[in-house]
Write a protein of this length. Structure first.
Lengths: 463, 257, 317
């Protein structure tokens, strides 16, 4: 934005600027040359929102020097106000400043906001992991104490008779910093037919997230979780059956995220690095150490044609008195969102047709994304669609990692799974994406659960 | 008609050498009703002269498909509690196959008597009698779990037991009414046993194992109240029967307990 | 002083003096004692102190439990069990618990838990017999009680058909045990009925005589010839009145239905009426739900609804 056509001493709301400029006279003004400062910022419509968070949100506005910066900063501040999640409707007005304290180059910025209602309810249908449909009933109380805190409560009932609930509390700006606090109490039922068991998790978690330089973010989280494992049928493998019953996990997790991508969903450039370390055993009867890494890089080779490469891997080992990793902590691979071409959890160690997961895994994928041929619906609905060609590979297993004896590494490498295919990826809003692919598995084990042909996946995180 | 088979089929394959009997930890965890059942099945298998290995697991109750302990893992088959007897019978080992139909009917009837009186009375004592529940049941049942899971699981189990006792009328009884029931039951058993060595003829049957399992456990389990064992002690022929089986099938006492 | 004893019981049907297990057992027990008693077919447990029938009244005493009634009668020197020795008494206790454990749950299932027979058979029967508004309360109460029993027996309540298979298998085992024990005798302990006979009769008679919609046990029970004869023997010998009345009614019904078979005009009229009624009901439903809209009321349906749409929620495994 270098120059715009503007009427002198114009009073206009930011959003109307383009429309107005078309009908006014054609005199060119360089806005950077107009000296300007902001004398005053008004926010109209505040009711229960506390002043201090508004002050810290708008304080950048007072640092501007010319009129172009004023306009840019007004917009940026509006986005910041929106991201507080306290207001349903925000508009801005820039005017020359008046009154006794007005300066000659002074401007006055006024935001008109409408606060969200105290409680908001919603009913959604959600499709989650493994294409399970569920009905979600939720209520949110935004801005509970006036500082953009959020209290939310959700109950969902799934098509496979699984029910979950989650009550959470979110608080930003702890001690006037950018740190965020997230706490929740939850119950979560999940069914893993390929592993032969049903799991009920009940627990509580508390997490602290804070940014660290640009693009870097740390999250530290503690989770206390009571897990109950029930067998699906009488004929479940005894190896799985032995794990049934109750366990209590108390774990601290650290996540380091470096994200330079332009958008998390179908980015066109940038990369993501995520390192997760989890240590369990501060109380409870589960003790392990788990490390995972995810690396993703995107390169735009032609306009709108992107090559994306991702690699992920993880390793875990039991700690202290515990000799074996419990099945619900293990790594699993396979399914439309991880290793395409295999059924969910359909890769790796098997006991009597039940997949029991492993303590070591890696997976990688290479995608070539391109727009739809001939770009139908460009600029509209067509932008939500991408075609992609991909090849993905990976392996999961339980190995005794021994650096003096490399046989395990050889074995791990020999049994790599590989599949390639092509398909369509569809972006749903800013949250999720759907993939419909035709996949051909190339390297696989006899015991693997293979999904040759059309595979459908919906979710947030894809490999 | 009387040779009842209620498993899917008669399995004629021989008894495997890797049969495993799973039960809760004996020293620190097991409770009176489970212990009686485990002892019953152990004794029954010993009477049949079958090889098996006892495996103690703190989550045995949850590993069992029906939640009942003990359960037997025999090759690919898993069967629990009373079904073990049928399973073994279907393998061709039966302690009661030579009985005449009328005696067989009696055997089943008395089995029901023990199951519907002694078993419920044991559950009542363990879970509904405050002194026993607080001093014995709670610490033992929760022993395998960290706080706060031990409290939650014990509470959950108690609710489950109460739910089971209610329709059978036991939950609404006073402790003395339960004792009365036990006494009636023991009276019947004592009359049935009379002066014989075993309940049905000169050879032990699964019913002898069942009575032994319960009587021995009731007599030897230390509880804050000893009224329960005192009632059973009031019937000398039953106590003698118990000692007889102990001597015959557990010759070196140290192998058990 | 010796006022007459009275007994309130559930109403009978299908040639049984009462349809309720406990009432049936009490009736049989009292008959076996040879006590003369006034029986009222009340079918209303509301006034009973425990809320259940049978209700036994004698000299201001009100008893509702078979064991209490038996005890009371025993004190008056009435008991069918005097001739039993201690061994036989033990057998009586044992067999009663066998029945309670294996046959009783199956009967409860048939009466109350099985959806088909509850909806089409049991509930309508009780609704007809009980006075309003009790006819809404009691069937639900009994169903809840039976469901509690099922929950107590099966840890994680499986599907009804799985329960049915297990319960019926147990019941069949119990029936064959009883059949074996009875043998060719007239009663369980020889030529005279005892409390065990009353107990067995109370559980077997409904199974054999009540026409449940889905009763696989029925055939099995009838196939045990000695048990079938046993039930018929007791019904004919001790409750001849109920038995004959029902047989006669059945005979009449059969004759009537034979007469009505040719009368099809009546049926055709019924059919037309039913069709018109159903069509009307469906149209009214459609209008009410807004599938069909009458233009004048259209504005009334405009409502603003705010939904928060979310497409998906997910995590990777």
């Amino acid at each position: 934005m270098g120059t715009v056509h503007a009427k002198e001493h114009s009073t206009m709301t930011y959003g109307e600027m383009d429309r107005n400029s078309a009908v006014t006279d054609k005199k060119t003004v360089n806005l950077q040359e107009i000296q300007a400062r902001v004398d005053k910022v008004n926010v109209e419509g505040l009711n229960r929102t506390q002043e201090d968070i508004i002050k810290r949100t708008v304080k950048e506005l007072f640092k501007v020097n010319n009129f172009e910066e004023v306009i840019k900063e007004v917009h940026r501040t509006q986005v910041k106000l929106e991201s507080l999640g306290c207001f349903s409707n925000i508009s801005a007005l820039i005017d020359v400043s008046s009154g006794p304290k007005a300066t000659s180059q002074g401007y006055e910025v006024t935001y008109f906001v409408k606060e969200l209602k105290r409680v908001k309810g919603s009913v959604n249908t959600v499709i989650g992991r493994d294409n399970e449909g569920s009905r979600v009933v939720g209520t949110v109380a935004p801005n509970v104490f006036g500082r953009a805190e959020k209290l939310h409560c959700e109950f969902s009932y799934g098509s496979r008779q699984t029910s979950t609930f989650n009550v959470g509390f979110y608080k930003p700006f702890i001690l006037n910093t950018l740190a965020e606090l997230n706490t929740s109490v939850f119950q979560n039922e999940s069914d893993w037919p390929n592993s032969g068991y049903k799991q009920i998790d009940r627990g509580t978690s508390i997490g602290l997230g804070f940014p660290f330089m640009q693009n870097i973010r740390h999250t530290v989280q503690w989770e206390g979780c009571w897990r109950e494992l029930n067998m699906n049928t009488r004929y479940v493998s005894f190896d799985v059956r032995e794990e049934s019953g109750h366990t209590l996990k108390s774990a601290v997790k650290h996540i380091l995220t470096v994200d330079t991508r332009n958008t998390p969903l179908m980015p066109t450039f940038g990369s993501l690095l995520q390192c997760t370390s989890e240590i369990a055993g501060l109380g409870g009867n589960i003790r392990f150490l788990k490390n995972e890494v995810l690396l993703q890089h995107n390169v735009e080779i032609f306009p709108e044609t992107v090559i994306q490469g991702s690699v992920t891997g993880g390793v875990m080992r039991p700690l202290g008195s515990q000799k074996e990793i419990h099945i619900c902590d293990k790594f699993f691979l396979g399914g439309p969102q991880s290793l395409r071409g295999f059924i969910s959890r359909g890769v790796g160690p098997v006991a009597d047709k039940n997949f029991i997961g492993g303590t070591l895994y890696w997976a990688g994928a290479l995608h070539l994304y391109a727009p739809l041929p001939f770009k139908p619906g460009a600029g509209g609905i067509g932008d939500l669609f991408r075609t992609h060609l991909f090849v993905n590979a990976g392996n999961v297993g339980s190995f005794n990692i021994d650096f003096s004896d490399r046989r395990w590494l050889h074995e791990f490498r020999e049994s790599t799974r590989l599949a390639y295919g092509a398909g369509l990826a569809i972006r749903l809003g800013q949250l999720a994406r759907v993939e419909i692919n035709y996949v051909i598995p190339v390297l696989f084990d006899k015991s693997d659960g293979i999904n040759r042909g059309v595979q459908f996946g919906i979710g947030v995180h894809f490999l | 008609m009387n040779d009842i088979i209620w498993n899917d089929r008669t399995d004629e394959t021989p008894w495997p050498n890797n049969a495993q009997l799973f039960q809760p930890l004996e020293l620190e965890q097991i409770l009176l009703p489970d212990n009686a059942n485990c002892l019953y099945i152990q004794t029954f298998l010993r009477m049949c002269d079958l090889d098996f290995e006892i495996i103690y697991r703190s989550n045995a109750e949850f590993m069992s498909p029906s939640g009942k302990v003990p359960f037997l893992k025999c090759g690919p088959y898993i069967c629990e509690a009373d079904a073990i007897v049928n399973f073994v019978n279907n393998k061709g080992y039966s302690l009661s196959k030579d009985l005449d139909p009328s005696n067989k009917a009696d055997l089943r009837a008395f089995t029901s008597l023990v199951n519907s009186v002694l078993v419920f009375a044991e559950l009542y004592i363990t879970w509904c009698e405050p002194s026993v529940y607080n001093e014995v049941t709670r610490p033992r049942y929760g022993s395998g779990y960290p706080w706060p899971l031990n409290t939650v699981l014990t509470y959950k189990k108690r609710k489950q037991v109460i739910k089971m006792l209610k329709p059978h009328g036991f939950y609404d009884m006073s402790i003395n009414e339960v004792y009365k029931k036990v006494e009636t039951c023991c009276q019947c058993l004592s009359t049935k046993l009379d002066n014989n060595n075993y309940f049905f003829g000169e050879q032990p049957t699964e019913f002898d194992a069942l009575v032994f399992g319960h009587v021995y456990t009731i007599l030897t389990t230390p509880l804050p109240t000893n009224k329960f064992s005192a009632i059973v002690r009031g019937f000398p022929n039953i106590v003698a029967h118990c000692e007889r089986i102990e001597k015959t099938y557990y010759p070196s006492d140290k192998s058990r307990k | 002083m010796n006022k007459t004893m009275e007994l309130d019981v559930w109403k009978g049907d299908w040639g049984l003096p009462s349809v309720d297990l406990d009432c049936l057992e009490t009736l049989a027990f009292i008959k076996f004692c040879g006590v003369s008693i006034k029986v009222n077919q009340k079918s209303n447990p509301f006034w009973s102190p425990s809320g259940t029938l049978p209700l036994f009244r004698h000299n201001k005493q009100k008893l509702t439990n078979i064991d209490e009634i038996a005890g009371h009668l025993q004190r008056k020197n009435f008991s069918p069990d005097f001739a039993l020795n201690s061994k036989q008494t033990a057998d009586v206790v044992a067999f009663k618990s066998r029945i309670k454990e294996q046959l009783y749950p199956a009967l409860q299932f048939l009466w109350w838990v099985d959806e088909k027979s509850y909806a089409n058979f049991t509930r309508p029967w009780y609704c007809k017999v009980l006075p309003f508004p009790l006819n809404f309360h009691y069937p639900n109460k009994y169903k809840a009680k039976a469901t509690d029993l099922m929950e107590a027996m099966f840890t994680d309540l499986p599907q009804n058909d799985i329960i049915q298979v297990e319960l019926f298998a147990a019941a069949e085992r119990c029936l064959s045990t009883l059949s074996a024990r009875l043998g060719e005798q007239e009663f369980f302990f020889g030529a005279h009925p005892t409390s065990l006979d009353a107990h067995v009769y109370a559980h077997l008679a409904p199974l054999m005589r009540v026409p449940f919609p889905a009763n696989q046990l029925h055939n099995y029970a009838r196939a045990q010839l000695n048990l079938h004869k046993f039930v018929t023997r007791i019904t004919q010998r001790y409750f001849p009145h109920d038995y004959q009345e029902y047989e006669q009614k059945q005979k009449q019904l059969r004759e009537e239905s034979a007469k009505n078979a040719g009368d099809s005009r009546f049926k055709a009229k019924d059919k037309v009426f039913a069709t018109v009624f159903a069509a009307l009901a469906m149209i009214m439903y459609a209008v009410a739900k807004g599938f069909i809209q009458v233009s004048e009321i259209e504005d009334g349906f405009r409502k603003s609804k705010s939904y928060d749409y979310r497409d998906s929620e997910d995590d990777m495994d």
